[in-house]
Design a protein around this ligand. Structure first.
Ligand code: TYD
Length: 134
């Protein structure tokens, strides 16, 4: 998989006078089975999250409220994505170094993940990541 596989995916939005409803189903709107959901919130201004890669984890990142950036790096090329819609999310394939920054105040970042939490899936060292990615 490559950086070009990492893309915004628009989810269905059911709108009526009562407001909007968006849904996400495993292997339907997103290309993997969802095993875990986590979210990041109350991020102090100027903070960065992430700065690691995953060996085999697929993720789908949604700005449920507010906005932030996801910067993806495949070891050669970097791409910055601005997330600010709760009906559009970013699919992040395995072996992408990711950093999240530029959080607006009150933003909430929800992540759907293909596996349970496993520290052994993380690559937290940049040089090791570049070695493995090439
Ligand atoms: P980490 O993934 O490093 O956070 P971020 O990438 O946002 O900076 O996780 C931070 C801590 O939270 C780390 O000690 C592991 C723990 N954690 C879990 O226990 N379960 C999870 O699902 C996640 C994502 C993290």
């Amino acid at each position: 998989m490559s950086l070009s596989d990492c893309r915004f995916i628009q989810m269905p939005k059911v709108s009526d006078v009562r407001g909007n409803l968006t849904y996400i189903e495993s292997n339907n709107q997103i290309p993997f089975d969802i095993r875990r959901v986590y979210y990041i919130y109350d991020v102090p201004g100027g903070s960065e999250r992430g700065s690691h890669a995953h060996r085999s984890l697929h993720q789908f990142v949604v700005a449920m409220s507010g906005s932030f950036d996801v910067v993806l790096h495949d070891g050669e090329t970097e791409k910055r994505f601005h997330l600010n819609r709760s009906y559009s999310g970013l699919y992040v394939c395995p072996m992408m170094w990711r950093t999240l920054d530029n959080f607006s105040s009150g933003s909430v970042c929800m992540v759907l993940a293909s596996e349970f939490y496993a520290e052994s899936d993380y690559i937290r060292d940049w040089d090791k990541f570049v070695d493995l990615a090439n």
